[in-house]
Design a protein around this ligand. Sequence first.
Ligand SMILES: [Zn+2]
Length: 74
Amino acid sequence: MIGLVRDFRGQRYEVVEKSERTRRDGTLAIILHWESMCADCGEPFRLTTPAASSKFEPNRRCQKHKRPGQRVKS
Ligand SMILES: [Zn+2]
């Protein structure tokens, strides 16, 4: 799955790492680490999503420019 590229609203996300996490019920969850460029400053940043999740609504900004509830103006 590493190297997988996805587009979300014109922004590019690439899987750079994969890790496993044990859930509370003992089952294993695969975590994908995505890398993208901040919509504000263009700096690369990372985020994680569960591989099992069909929903893909990642952050579009780095930690510094993250403002919850605010959408990127296009
Ligand atoms: Zn930024």
